[in-house]
Design a binder for this molecule. Structure first.
Ligand SMILES: [Zn+2]
Length: 333
């Protein structure tokens, strides 16, 4: 990481106040900058007993660990440490973990990448993918607390809860590498999903599942990306599959989260879910992209942008989609 200046710390603090978020302490350790939320003002996570067993504090601590590794672009030492962490955590929960290694040809060269998948077997056919990306965009000093961290922390905690449960559907918790563009997005404002140098992990997985025949068994793919803000507002992505969006929003409303899963439409330009939608699979992106005009893809995407309560809300909704999807999709006898 580059040197830390007083100016960057001041900018971070100012932007924080402007967002109406909590104050932070910025510390410098070993030449690296860490933004430490003030524990006395950080909203606590709701008790897991109120969120279906999902522990927002655990999810948040995963984000903290990932942020402490620094920038995690594909092929870096830090992303290898993130991979080890994700795999170790999942195995500690008793999850069956698979590592899918591949190489991606990108404008900045050949990059080694790894998708990580925890497979939780069900009693019947039908696979549901709960997915996120864990790489961070290749920018100086970008630690990706919200973009890359929040989804990963949430999916790790989802794995802890689900790996000890047995249901009808096969639930796979998926961590994609290479979501961010390697080089420039083709057009980061509108048609970025058409770029061939991004969403590399999800493209690889969808392609290999098509080849193996497993893709036909996928009943739904639910993606979490950038779900950290304390004032979380998730709009209905118009590019996602309608019935799946309706199911998730109905579940969230039933749980009392209608102010988080708001009834507004928004076209998410591009994300990993399109790798599956393009192959005819129902998919939905859970994302708060309002931060596009504030800290998105800037060094200000730091730990204090992530609220354990927001992770807990999304995790709770995901857990409750499991029985909803089982009800909707008849399982063969
Ligand atoms: Zn990003």
């Amino acid at each position: 990481m580059g040197s830390v200046t007083l100016v960057s710390a001041t900018v971070a603090a100012l932007s924080f106040v402007a967002c109406g978020s909590q104050p932070t302490v910025v510390s410098h350790v070993g030449g690296r900058q860490f933004s430490i939320p003030n524990a006395t003002v950080l909203p606590p996570a709701p008790p897991p007993s109120t969120t279906g067993g999902f522990d927002g504090s655990r999810a948040y601590n995963h984000v903290r660990h990932l942020v402490d590794l620094g920038p995690r672009p594909p092929g870096s030492d830090a992303i290898r440490q993130a991979q080890s962490y994700i795999i170790e955590q999942l195995k500690s929960y008793g999850c069956h973990v698979e590592e899918h290694d591949f190489h991606a040809s990108t404008p900045i060269g050949d990059l080694p990448m790894k998708n990580i998948i925890a497979k939780i077997p069900g009693t019947g056919p039908g696979i549901v993918l709960y997915a996120t990306h864990y790489d961070t965009v290749r920018l100086p000093n970008f630690v990706g607390a919200d973009d890359g961290g929040s989804g990963t922390g949430t999916m790790l905690e989802l794995g802890r809860v689900l790996c000890s449960r047995k249901g009808k559907l096969n639930n796979w918790i998926v961590f994609f590498d290479g979501e961010e563009a390697q080089g420039q997005w083709a057009d980061k404002n509108s048609i970025r999903w058409t770029a061939t140098n991004s969403t590399l992990g999800s493209r690889e997985m969808a392609a290999s599942m098509a080849l193996s025949g497993e893709l036909k068994q996928v009943t739904a793919m639910i993606l979490a990306d950038m779900i950290g803000p304390s004032n979380l507002r998730i709009k209905r992505d118009t590019g996602s599959t309608r019935w799946l969006v309706d199911l998730i929003w109905a579940t969230a409303t039933r749980l009392g989260y209608a102010k988080v899963f708001v009834n507004e439409n928004y076209p998410v330009g591009g994300d990993d879910h399109f790798s599956f939608i393009r192959r005819g699979i129902a998919a939905c992106d859970i994302i708060d992209f309002d931060v596009q005009t504030t800290y998105w893809h800037t060094p200000q995407d730091t730990l204090e942008k992530v609220d354990p309560r927001s992770l807990a809300i999304v995790g709770h909704v995901f857990l409750e989609t499991v029985p909803e999807l089982e009800k909707k999709i008849p399982v063969r006898q």
